[in-house]
Write a protein that binds this ligand. Structure first.
Ligand SMILES: Cc1cc2nc3c(=O)[nH]c(=O)nc-3n(C[C@H](O)[C@H](O)[C@H](O)COP(=O)(O)OP(=O)(O)OC[C@H]3O[C@@H](n4cnc5c(N)ncnc54)[C@H](O)[C@@H]3O)c2cc1C
Length: 506
């Protein structure tokens, strides 16, 4: 029987990311994936600035931005227009975000999957078992037995793991083993998604991403990388979803824009967009991440981004528990923190769906009048607060929100300077005022101390109303300080910290 610290079921983008983060932390990992190859028809059209920050920790952000064969593309805006082409809502997707990157990058996901898998292949402690379907996960005394089947040979394969994470997508096997149920947050809706490559220039196509909020048929158009373009057509109440992705129907839907002489379709699939959230994320040694735990309509492109946030939250906690730096209860904070955060994004995606999917002409006219009253609205990227966990439920934002990633005075980005540690970031005068002995205590507790006064650091600190902050390894804000004394007290918030109560006078 194989054995490992963590078994990951599913090697989609979330399983890959978790394998990369855990393997990088020196944890032994066994991955089980039923397919043989990277999924060439992967669904995401792009990702946000937070995800680029996520890949930065693996040293892959610049490869993704500049090193992909097909490249990435920063769109100018994402527009929501009514049937008269008036702008109801505008999202400035091309602007710099607070994480050190633009707010949105379009990509061809299989290329990204391949570079993440290459990275995972370079990690000694990670064994990837492709074409292995997991049939069951069973709790043992101090571990979990993963029962898989090698699809080539038909042989049964077993793995004894201290923890198992189900990254096995919407139809997760592990979710059933966790005993989790999906709560539905909004009605499901059928859409047909069409991906194509232009075979010649079609100058009339928009150069941006546009949601056509037209009650006659809501449509989304995505200007992707290179010659790739995507259309999403809502399935209307009198239509049969099963026939919507037939070639003749798809060309009929595309006819206002282009025809078979202009493009080759490489995917046309009928989807049902759901808004679902698991009611529990952990049961003992079993955990869930990604689509196994949550699903949302794709209009804001936050499905995978949310799965990567799960990984960011879970990976450092698993590492701390596995090497004994933190008690197992730390893993309880994973679901309690992540669930309310992703709920807010599902609900926002549902509100946006409500705008796009309005098909009653009278309701659409009222919507237009309200939204156009002040010249159309601007959509702002939300930065939700984590639920209770390391922080109590009473903690008020900005506590529990993601701290920005400033460029430091020495030119480095914050996360490159401090890595996966709890970190105190403060203005230099505050750090200088720390009482003697405190630095050693921070070192013993695994807390990095960084004094910096770059313009971006000052802006980031001012945004949370502080002169110093305590950041978790995933860079969420755990505490704020205005003085050296405050800073000292923050160290006590670190879970598993061996540091005694701090006496700032010492
Ligand atoms: C049309 C559309 C557009 C989207 N666009 C975006 C976007 O632009 N940005 C964004 O952030 N998100 C987007 N999303 C959401 C995004 O695609 C998903 O959130 C993401 O793919 C989830 O990744 P995952 O790894 O959790 O699950 P999946 O990608 O579903 O991967 C699960 C993996 O587990 C494997 N597996 C399942 N069961 C087993 C088993 N028993 N044994 C072994 N292996 C198993 C599967 O083969 C698969 O490889 C979009 C979704 C749709 C439908």
């Amino acid at each position: 029987m194989k054995s490992c610290d963590v078994a990951i079921v599913g090697y989609g983008p979330v399983g890959q990311a978790l394998a990369a983060y855990l393997g990088r932390a020196g944890i032994t990992v066994a991955v089980f994936e039923r397919d043989r190859y990277v999924f060439e028809r992967a669904r995401t059209g792009g990702t946000d600035d937070e995800s680029l920050r996520f890949f930065q920790r693996l040293g892959l952000a610049q490869t993704i931005i500049a090193g992909l064969e097909e490249g990435t593309r920063v769109p100018g805006t994402m527009r929501f227009v009514n049937r008269d082409d008036q702008v109801l809502l505008n999202w400035p997707a091309g602007e710099p975000g607070p994480n050190g990157y633009r707010r949105l990058y379009m990509w061809h996901q299989p290329e990204v999957d391949r570079i993440v898998r290459e990275y995972v292949d370079s990690l000694a402690g990670v064994a990837v078992h492709l074409e292995h379907e997991v049939e069951a996960v069973e709790a043992a005394a101090d571990s979990v037995i993963v029962r898989a089947r090698d699809r080539r040979s038909g042989a049964a394969v077993e793995c004894d793991a201290r923890y198992v994470v189900g990254c096995d997508g919407a139809r997760s096997t592990v979710r059933a083993a966790v005993g989790a149920k999906f709560e539905s947050l909004a009605a499901s809706q059928g859409w047909v998604v069409v991906d194509l490559t232009l075979t010649r220039a079609v100058d009339s196509l928009p150069d941006e991403m546009v949601h056509y909020c037209d009650p006659r048929r809501p449509i989304t158009y995505i200007r992707n990388v290179g010659n790739r373009r995507r259309w999403e057509f809502m399935v209307m109440p009198d239509e049969d979803p099963a026939t919507m992705d037939a070639p003749a129907k798809v060309w009929e839907l595309l006819a206002p824009w282009l025809g078979p002489d202009d493009a080759e379709i490489y995917r046309a699939v009928s989807y049902t967009f759901h808004s679902l959230l698991a009611d529990r994320w952990r049961n003992g040694r079993l955990l869930l991440a990604g689509d196994a735990a949550h699903l949302m309509p794709p209009f804001l492109g936050q499905g995978l981004c949310s799965g990567l946030r799960d990984v960011r939250n879970l990976a450092w906690k698993l590492a701390a528990v596995l090497d004994g730096r933190a008690p197992e209860e730390l893993l309880d904070t994973y679901g309690s923190e992540r669930s309310p955060h992703v709920r807010e994004l599902i609900e926002l995606s549902d509100r946006v769906s409500g705008i796009i999917q309005t098909i009653d002409p009278e309701v659409a006219a009222k919507r237009d009048a309200e939204m156009l009253a002040d010249g159309g609205g601007a959509l702002h990227t939300p930065f939700p607060q984590l639920g209770p966990g390391l922080l109590p439920a009473t903690a008020e934002a900005p506590l529990g929100t993601l701290f920005a990633q400033p460029r430091l005075a020495d030119g480095r980005l914050l996360d490159d300077a401090v890595g996966e540690q709890f970190t105190i970031l403060a203005l230099p005068e505050l750090v200088a005022s720390l009482a003697p002995g405190l630095r050693e205590r921070c070192r013993d507790a695994g807390v990095a101390i960084l004094g910096d006064a770059s313009p971006e650091t000052r802006t980031a600190l001012a945004a949370v109303g502080a002169r110093g902050v305590l950041l978790r390894p995933d860079k969420y804000l755990l505490g704020v300080a205005d003085s050296g004394e405050d800073l000292g007290r923050l160290v006590e918030l670190v879970p598993g910290s061996a540091a005694p109560a701090l006496d700032p006078a010492r």
